[in-house]
Design a protein around this ligand. Sequence first.
Ligand SMILES: Cc1ncc(C[n+]2csc(CCOP(=O)(O)OP(=O)(O)O)c2C)c(N)n1
Ligand SMILES: [Mg+2]
Length: 677
Amino acid sequence: MTNLANGVQSMLALPSASEDSDPQETREWLDALEGVLAHAGSTRASFLLRRLASHAAAQGLPPPGAGPSAYVNTIPVQAQPPYPGDLEIEARLGAALRWNALAMVVRANRAYGELGGHIASYASAADLFEVGFNHFFRADSSAEQGGDLVYFQPHSAPGVYARAYLEGFLDETHLQHYRREIAGPGLCSYPHPWLMPDFWQFPTGSMGIGPINSIYQARFMRYLQNRGLQPASSRKVWGFFGDGEMDEPESIGALSLAAREQLDNLVFVINCNLQRLDGPVRGNGRIVDELEALFAGAGWNVIKVLWGSDWDELFARDRSGALVRAFAQTVDGQFQTFSANDGAYNREHFFQQNPELAALAAHLSNDDIDRLRRGGHDLRKLHAAYARAMDHRGQPTVILAKTMKGFGMGTVGQGRMTTHQQKKLELEDLKAFRDRFQLPLSDDDVANLRFYKPADDSPEMRYLHARRAALGGYLPRRRQAATTALTVPPSGQWASFALAADGKEMSTTMAVVRMLGSLLKDPALGPRIVPVVADEARTFGMANLFRQVGIYSPLGQRYEPEDLGSMLYYRESTGGQILEEGISEAGAISSWIAAATAYSVHDLPMLPFYIYYSMFGFQRIGDLIWAAADQRPRLPDRRHLGQDHARRRGAAAPGRHQPPGRVDHPQLPRVGSRLCL
Ligand SMILES: Cc1ncc(C[n+]2csc(CCOP(=O)(O)OP(=O)(O)O)c2C)c(N)n1
Ligand SMILES: [Mg+2]
């Protein structure tokens, strides 16, 4: 199969040879595209294809690619860039991270049987995270204005702690107190900025909140740039989410906004391990196909990473497309059974289903078959996908990475229905894990679940630090206070109507709107105000703000509004200040969260007001309000800045995470830890 045929097959449903009435003409088109790819690159080629598709649609042709594309990698092997890292060292580091994450959870559950925690999810996500940590996630000091923002899959937190342990930010005591953070220096189960305010930036524990919040975060980043409050930059928002998590309405409710606003600063990586908590995400279907259709339909750039490099040679020899046809007939429940079984089983039940497939695998031993990896466990394939996502312009990108839940956990975990809840491993299972990942641990180390950290001067540790240094530092890290403060003007300036009553009655809504209008005029605070509405501005008498401060639209206003001559005309503008979210209360509160935490995320205090119709809004957004509180929203004025400095002075030196004590905060209700199972 040629480079191009491979690529085209992965973009569209595989056309059969019998459909091709003029192979020579087909060849010319393909050659032309190959020429563009070779000389102008994939962005130009992708533009031409989209241009061609829209031209075809204008001629009345049906859209190409209806239905899922072939179940293969989007990026053909010939288009993969060389891997810029040391694969062997990264494998050894990955093994250490996997072990420490596992040891953390198993230790905790040996001591306290019902403590919980998760092993299998990070086992599937480890390589997805590590390619990012070693090659893509830029930390604060490396980017022009702040670093990349990463929303981590919540129950993969042990792996992020394991990395912070190797990096020296956490020590063994922290790891020993995983899920026991209240009494001492412990670690919370999920990313939680309230409980670990110097570490986690985004609370993603409740499924669906990460996806919607990350979209609005990327959008808010653009809003700040378009309004001139931050310089344009190449910062990215990365979101790592589960395939089961994509069932939440919040996960998918804002996909079209991301495409509409051309958020090419946003990359989703969906951990398609095909399982959720109780069982397969789509036992009788294929979640990758479904997500591909969903994201592509919403206007995203979709990159599938399904098969690892070991498969390349099989695809290259498969002239008749037998593999692609077999995949098309295999549903996820069956893929799960394949991953839970060994090479002999896979030979018998997958490769021996027809002579063509049997011949393809004839030279492979059962161990070779056992080692055939899914793409989400292949650093080279992931790197190629991330690099392409970084370069893509005009659309957000989703990477659908096929992984195995409980990867490497052997017969007790890998691909098992019960793997999500697996938190206790027997000695033999632990030894098998050590052997599988070639960890330099003695039987005694394994029996006692000792954490493993290579020596400081080992090639592994030097590599780990060098990679992070090249990317500007370590993450996640959370800024607790902005370096600049905003002064709130005296109340007489914006609420004189309340202080000196003029005898007229006023509804609370009118008072709020009048107050907002005055605050917006304050030269210092005004530009930092973010009015957020979910299609109810007129209801609340706020239409005058349309003209006063404008409605944000990255596209400006490409039409002449019908009411142009009026005082209150509907003014959309690139520099507009109002976030008019349409009828999406969940979207509106997500914008509010992004703005209210900008003091930490962007070192830029902002003051958002989300004005909504409680009768319709509240039920939808209760969980997001909780997440907002977990993320410590506020407007730091001089008073808070002082508090933060004082708190910082008392904080431990860098490299020693201290669990937060109870901090009195005048603006926030106290919230406890979310109970997540
Ligand atoms: C709103 C919400 N409901 C339920 C849960 C409990 N929960 C935690 S992980 C999980 C399964 C997640 O499956 P998936 O997204 O596929 O991630 P995986 O562990 O397979 O990588 C569930 C149901 C939750 N955290 N949030
Ligand atoms: Mg899953």
